[in-house]
Design a protein around this ligand. Structure first.
Ligand SMILES: C[S@@+](CC[C@H](N)C(=O)[O-])C[C@H]1O[C@@H](n2cnc3c(N)ncnc32)[C@H](O)[C@@H]1O
Length: 495
């Protein structure tokens, strides 16, 4: 026991006593090597005495560890054993929470060798099983490092995906049926600096492994797991550092659905999910920060995707997780909407139907790649005397002819549809929908967006109008399908 503690002390000291320790000018002391999970090259090093009563000294170095042990308290004894996650049988009917390796983020085994060689010298007679090999085992390590595969990135990714799928299958076989498995996934800040990149390789490869292993993802909760000094941006716009995936076993009788059905289900599920995540006073949890939304929305989106055995593309091939993530994330972005609609959406978020200054509208329009005049020409905006306001659907032109409208943003399509539906009912709305068929899905998506937005902002009357349209969508769609085709009839050769 004593030898083990001494070995841990020496191991700790190796971090502070090596030729990669720099002198910290600002703090006036030697700095330990592993301030991050890498061994950087340095030009010179600082060497401190191990009995100097300063940083790098044995007792000083150990005191922080001792403090942790003193404060741990004595609870149920823990048990640690070393197993390969791909073949382990230790998690039978247990509640599982795991922190797996993250793609190519950290080469743990390589870094561990730094400590291992010293620990092995001291401890191999005491725990021979743990120190049987000359260096740490690498072959089973689930990490996507190209240099372990003769430089081939594809092979590294393949190795990670296959191994991780096996490891998660092993969990899924053994998990306690009554509890979900929680899996921590650390998120590389560099992968997400723009706040939107949720489809980086590490992340979607990992989700693909989870799904392939027979688990369905029910939640993705962003968590701030790094300590204060690391996450300098807490309270600012910094992203959460980890995502917790909450997973359950997929039903063995899960069906397959089409891409169209998948998008339809996303449209139905995501607005409520988004609402629940961003609402302030709901339950005990605090709302998800706006910067974390694109991560958090993956949970309910993947819940739809992963509850099915497969989502089939039009050509019959199964949809990839990457595509699913793009579709899910598109819900937050506005890529689907034309520039005029993006302008209207943002203006509406700020001003609703009230008027605002032309200058502000002009700036917003430029940012969205359109112009105030252009949006005005489309018939959804009033701009006069330095003031700008969005027209309410009731003010839209009743003699509107979609076929003759050469500037028809999704925003206009939706509000014309609301107007016609309100005044003339389902079959008249069906006629409009048939005329703007190419934009139908975007119109519906916008209706969902606006419904959520209005409900959250307490605009009950507007929310009701969008909600009515959404709930009557199926009959309106049927009415549209029953319309005679508006496409020009095929002419004969000599006509
Ligand atoms: C994100 S780290 C866990 C860190 C841990 N939660 C902590 O706070 O120290 C992932 C760990 O998985 C380990 N690992 C990699 N491949 C493995 C495998 N095939 N079986 C078991 N563990 C593995 C790595 O060595 C690494 O220690």
């Amino acid at each position: 026991m004593l030898a083990t503690y001494i070995a841990i002390g020496v191991s700790r000291l190796t971090d502070a006593q090596n030729t990669l320790c720099q002198w910290g000018h600002s703090v006036g002391q030697t700095q330990h090597l592993f301030r991050r999970q890498a061994m950087p090259m340095i030009w010179d090093y600082a060497e401190s005495s191990v009995f100097s009563d300063a940083a790098g000294d044995l007792l000083t170095t150990l005191s922080t560890m001792a403090r942790v042990i003193e404060n741990l308290g004595i609870g149920t004894p823990g048990h640690a054993s070393q197993n390969d996650a791909q073949t382990q049988t230790i998690s039978g009917r247990k509640v599982i929470s795991t922190d797996p390796p993250y793609y190519d983020n950290i080469p743990y085994a390589d870094l561990a060798d730094f400590f291992y060689v010293w620990l092995r010298r001291i401890l191999r007679h005491i725990t021979p099983d743990l120190f049987a090999t000359l260096s740490t085992p690498k072959a089973e390590e689930l990490v996507a490092l190209a240099y372990r595969h003769a430089g081939a990135k594809d092979s590294a990714e393949d190795f990670f995906l296959t191994g991780m799928t096996r490891a998660i299958e092993q969990l899924s076989r053994q998990m306690h049926p009554a509890f979900p498995v929680t899996i921590y996934y650390a998120f590389k800040q560099s992968e997400s600096d723009d706040g939107n990149d949720t489809t980086n390789t590490g992340w979607d490869t990992f989700l693909a492994a989870v799904s392939a292993a027979g688990l369905s993802v029910g939640g993705t909760w962003p968590m701030r797991t790094e300590r204060g000094a690391r996450s300098a941006g807490i309270g600012t716009n910094a992203l959460a550092s980890s995502i917790v995936l909450v997973c359950r076993k997929r039903s063995p009788t899960a069906e397959t659905i089409s891409r169209r059905q998948f998008i339809r289900e996303l449209n139905a599920a995501l607005p409520q999910a988004l609402d629940a995540m961003t609402r302030k006073s709901e339950g005990e949890h605090s709302p998800v920060a706006p910067v974390d939304l694109s991560q958090a929305i993956i949970g309910p989106g993947m819940a739809v995707f992963s509850k099915y055995a497969a989502v089939l593309e039009a050509d019959g091939s199964p949809m990839t997780v990457r595509t699913a993530l793009q579709l899910i994330n598109r819900f937050l972005a506005e890529d689907d909407f034309d520039a005029d609609t993006q302008f209207c959406l943002h203006w509406f978020e700020q001003h609703g139907w009230e008027s605002g200054k032309f200058g502000e509208a002009d700036t917003l329009a430029r940012a969205k790649g359109t112009s105030v005049d252009g949006v005005k020409n489309s018939g959804v905006l009033q701009s006069a005397g330095g003031n700008v306001r969005l027209l309410k659907w009731a003010d839209y032109k009743p003699d509107w002819d979609p076929a003759a409208d050469d500037r028809l943003p999704v925003w206009e399509g939706l509000h014309q549809l609301v107007r016609v539906f309100k005044t003339d009912g389902e079959s008249a709305a069906g006629r409009v929908l048939a005329a703007v068929a190419a934009k139908a899905e975007s119109i519906r998506q916008l209706a969902y967006r606006l419904y959520t937005l209005c409900e959250r902002a307490g605009r009950a009357e507007d929310a009701r109008a969008y909600n009515e349209l959404i709930t009557s969508w199926a009959p309106i769609e049927s009415a549209a399908a029953a319309m005679p085709s508006t496409a020009p009839a095929q002419k004969t050769l000599f006509e």
